[in-house]
Unconditional design. Structure first.
Length: 569
């Protein structure tokens, strides 16, 4: 039993070291050594990332007359560009008169700072931006013959008439902004943004008016464009996905790494009658959504060190003097699971739990219910771990009883190993006989623990991905469960609890193995100094409950609680 457990621990330890080395390489701007297809290293912001940087829209059906990009050339008529600032109770948005594009979004309820830094000042988090060498914008325009309006076409603000700072008036729940392009190719494009109180969802209405003498064929495109920089909430020891995502009922949720875009390895559902396109980062996202049932063409591409994800709507045939409208939605905000679920099917998947989503979603639901009762995310984590341990109590009891029995006969096994070390076959036969006589299953302590591992990994991802943990206090000095403990109290407690668990297990017969088994928890605990406090808290509670249950089972079986310490000489 001890050999099997040690083998499992060595495999986990070795694989952890490989992953840690890869994360360290990526954090320092180097390619991953063992998993080069993973998340790319940080890249410098594009030097030419000026506001309004042109990112052309791809489409296989675009007329060749408009160049390889598929987007018509921008209007040559010079115009004075303006930036319009719009404020609601949750947003401060910046819209550019060039294309009527959304080029800035500050989330007034979410701070840019985390942890101790938040206590000094509150600066709203800037999600969309063209400042500070960064670029992350939302654009729309038309594809078609005759040089139609694009995201580079000059537009003017029609509503409201005041071009100064615009704010959602007190007592009103809706604010409407309307942009209108200069005539281009016989077409005028109008964009109407509708903002609502308490909402990160923006309703966007496009109206295409044909003021020419000939019919017009046009398609609406919507895209999110950003640089390849990662979110600032990561450490060398853990990383989250940043990049484009495409969802459809047929192919479900599809992420595309920046590194795969660089290599041209883009595997997404191109044609779909539903779904959305999104730019995802840790805790926050933006997404374009067309109405369900409307055929669209999804695309992901890279242009001039910028990455774009978007969708192109169906053909619109507009007769002279006629107009046609198309509604869509733009979400720019936090990954609040319940809010995203209410907007569109599958939108909550931008909060990425990985391959354990089927377990993570119920755990988040339970965590949220507990939070509703206690009003503190830290105590909600503690109670959730207690409930999970209670649910697995009998399974753990079976494992610990098996381990306690193994401890009881361990001296006899050690004596047998020493006596029969030159006759391995006879030693194996004698050990199996001893197991039968004592009714001990050497694997009895492993299987119950292995069954629980996916549950606790899923809980790990719930705590890592939930924006609710961001700047959520627990007690005293823990003012942000999403940031590392500023005084390293929790990581130290976690390391001590891990050492206690190790001490409760019998030592391997080999002195060198015994020393290494004690060094492993110390090495493993190092990365917890960089982990969010909420994750460390969950691990501490799990360790303490495990030690308590193991001690109780030992006591009931008459096995003395003994700390087994190696000789470090």
């Amino acid at each position: 039993m001890s050999d099997i457990r040690r083998s499992i621990l060595w495999v986990i330890f070795g694989f952890s070291m490989i992953l840690l080395w890869d994360r360290w390489q990526i954090h320092n701007g180097q390619p991953a050594t063992f998993f080069p297809s993973g998340t790319p290293p940080k890249t410098a912001a594009p030097a030419a990332a000026a506001p309004g940087t042109d990112v052309s829209t791809p489409t296989a059906t675009a007329p060749a007359a408009y160049g390889a990009s598929g987007v018509p050339a921008p209007a040559a008529t010079p115009a004075v560009r303006q930036r319009h600032t719009v404020r609601t109770d949750v947003f401060e948005l910046t819209l550019d008169s060039e294309g009527g594009s959304l080029v800035g979004a500050r989330l007034l309820k979410h701070a840019a700072e985390t942890g101790k830094a938040l206590q000094k000042s509150f600066t709203p988090l800037e999600l969309l931006t063209t400042e500070g060498g960064r670029l992350y914008v939302a654009q729309t325009g038309l594809i078609g013959q005759g040089g139609l309006p694009t995201h580079k076409t000059p537009m003017r603000l029609i509503e409201p008439a005041d071009t100064g700072p615009i704010a959602l008036p007190d007592g009103q729940d809706r604010l409407v902004l309307r942009f209108e392009s200069e005539p281009q190719g016989g077409v005028v494009l109008s964009k109407t943004y509708t903002l609502r109180r308490h909402s990160y969802l923006i309703e966007v209405q496009h109206e295409v008016r044909n003021i020419g003498d000939a019919p017009v064929q046009a398609r609406l495109y919507q895209q999110l464009v950003r640089d390849g920089l990662k979110a600032g909430s990561e450490t060398p020891f853990y990383t989250t996905f940043t990049g484009p995502a495409v969802y459809s009922e047929a192919a479900k949720y599809q992420k595309v790494e920046f590194a795969d875009i660089d290599k041209g390895k883009i595997d997404i559902q191109r044609q779909a009658p539903d779904g959305y396109v999104a730019m995802v980062q840790h805790y926050f996202t933006s997404a374009w959504l067309l109405p369900a049932g409307m055929q669209r063409e999804n695309f992901v591409r890279k242009v001039d060190n910028l990455y774009a994800v978007g969708q192109i709507g169906p053909d619109m045939a507009i007769a002279p003097g006629a107009a046609q409208a198309m509604a869509s939605q733009l979400y720019v905000g936090p990954q609040e699971e319940k809010v995203l679920e209410a907007i569109a099917p599958g939108l909550e998947l931008v909060k990425d739990y990985g391959w354990l989503t089927i377990l993570a979603k119920p755990l988040y639901w339970l965590l949220e219910k507990i939070y509703g009762l206690v009003g503190n995310w830290g105590w909600a984590i503690v109670l959730l771990v207690v409930l999970i341990k209670a649910a697995f109590y009998w399974l753990n009891a079976s494992a610990y009883r098996s381990m306690a029995k193994m401890k009881a006969i361990n001296p006899r096994i050690m004596e047998m190993r020493e006596r029969l070390k030159n006759n391995p076959q006879l030693m194996q036969q004698e050990m199996m006989k001893l197991y039968r006589e004592e009714k001990v299953n050497p694997l009895g302590g492993c299987f119950p623990i292995l069954i629980q591992i996916p549950v606790f990994i899923a809980l790990y991802w719930v705590l890592l991905a939930s924006v609710e943990m961001r700047n959520a206090p627990w007690i005293g000095w823990i003012v942000d469960l999403s940031s590392p403990d500023p005084y390293y109290v929790l990581p130290i407690v976690m390391a001590l609890s891990t050492l206690v668990q190790t001490a409760l297990n019998p030592l391997p017969p080999d002195p060198l193995q015994a020393k290494l088994m004690w060094l492993m928890p110390l090495i493993f605990s190092v990365m917890f100094f960089f982990f969010p406090a909420g994750l460390v808290l969950y691990w501490i509670v799990n360790n303490v409950l495990t030690i308590a249950q193991q001690a109780y089972i030992n006591h009931t079986l008459g096995v003395p609680l003994k700390f087994n310490l190696p000789q470090f000489k």
